[in-house]
Write a protein that binds this ligand. Structure first.
Ligand code: KG4
Ligand code: ZN
Length: 347
């Protein structure tokens, strides 16, 4: 990688307005994140129109703040990268239009970044990880096992057949009255709970293939809550339900990981690393359990630091840098996309 290339990254695909400056020495010179959680919390979920408006109002200042913290004048940048999908289209457009304007005005290359690839490449920024590796991407909108062979070189090994893991956490938290976003709320509540009190299913456990499924788990939780009767849940029961639900997701992913490692080894016999990335990778119980599951398969688990698992622009800037090094800059006509699969067909 060329020394001292500097990239501005922009992230606005969901409910974080973020800008970051990262260089090719793997220094994160600035990483500014404005969360919209407080704005969406009364609605117990992300409201796309609200999100887009809020990105439009705050992105310019966020970019300026990132450049200020990085002590990086416009002239010191080598490229500007933005999440161009997948995500909520209004927000994605705010980010890409801003990045394209910056590229035009300051005569910089523009790099359209796939948000999922940005999550998947993060351990190359934090841990200097070499290709190939197996990535488990678990976020609010996606759950996938992907063999990552290089920048833009992915093979999908398994995906969810219904809800994403993060979506399952969010729906469960809503059901238990634990607030938004659901993942951190469930994790907090689960700390005081008994994970074995409520027997919940492990969807697809033991089955061949690395697909996942979470919607049955959500239904099982609904039934478990209903069995508690009409009265409001007491704190202990709520904690036990949260802990049991978290354990079910964690155990399900550990089981699916075994299958995914087999599929990965058929492609890359020499690969030894599993990457856990995306917002759900912030979950400590999941990190610990998958670390053990990976070790049991002769693999090492790498999960980025928590603040680089949930949405941020440092990962976008880094993915932009990697693409820049590959010569994969984008035309200004490059579209913004609500859907943008990372990899083609599964194997
Ligand atoms: O990657 P991300 O920040 O945004 C998307 O690209 O979707 O992921 C957000 C998802 C949400 O569903 C949130 O509830 C979940 O990640 N999440 C967690 C935790 N922190 C965030 N899930 C479980 N445990 C956590 N600690
Ligand atoms: Zn994400």
């Amino acid at each position: 990688m060329e020394p001292d290339r500097v990239v501005l990254g922009i992230e606005s695909s969901c409910d974080e307005t973020a800008a970051a400056v990262v260089d090719s020495r793997r220094r994160i010179r600035a990483n500014v994140i404005l969360s919209q959680h407080a704005q969406h919390s009364p609605f117990r979920g992300v409201v796309p129109e609200l999100a887009a408006r809020s990105h439009a109002e705050r992105l310019d200042l966020t970019v300026q703040e990132a450049l200020r913290q990085a002590e990086c004048p416009w002239g010191a940048l080598d490229a500007v990268a933005a999440t161009a999908g997948p995500g909520l289209l209004g927000g994605v457009l705010v980010g890409t239009v801003t990045a394209k304007c910056i590229a035009l005005v300051h005569d910089l290359p523009y790099v359209a970044v796939n948000h999922l690839e940005a999550h998947a490449l993060t351990p190359r920024l934090t841990d200097r990880l070499e290709f190939p590796y197996l990535a488990l991407l678990v976020s609010g909108g996606h759950s996938q096992f992907v063999a990552v062979a290089g920048v833009g070189r992915h093979v999908l090994l398994g995906t969810t057949r219904d809800d994403a893991a993060g979506e399952a956490f969010d729906k469960a938290a809503r059901l238990l009255g634990l607030g938004f976003p659901g993942g951190p709320a469930i994790e907090r509540a689960a700390r005081d709970g008994d994970p074995d009190r409520f027997p919940l299913p492990r969807p697809l456990a033991g089955q061949a293939g690395a697909d996942m499924s979470f919607s049955g788990l959500k239904t099982a939780l609904v039934h478990a809550v209903a069995r508690e009767g009409a009265r409001p849940l007491d704190d202990d029961t709520r904690a036990d339900l949260a802990a049991s639900f978290q354990k079910a997701i964690v155990e399900t992913l550990a089981d699916r990981l075994e299958q995914a490692v087999r599929a990965f080894r058929r492609l890359h016999a020499s690969g030894t690393v599993v990457v856990l990335a995306g917002g759900v990778a912030a979950n400590q119980a999941l990190r610990a359990r998958l670390s053990g599951a990976a070790a049991g398969q002769g693999m090492r688990l790498i999960a980025p630091p928590v603040h680089l698992c949930t949405d941020n622009a440092a990962m976008v800037a880094w993915a932009g840098l990697e693409r820049l090094e590959d010569g994969a800059v984008s035309a200004l006509e490059e579209p913004s996309r609500a859907r943008w699969p990372l990899a083609g067909g599964s194997v």
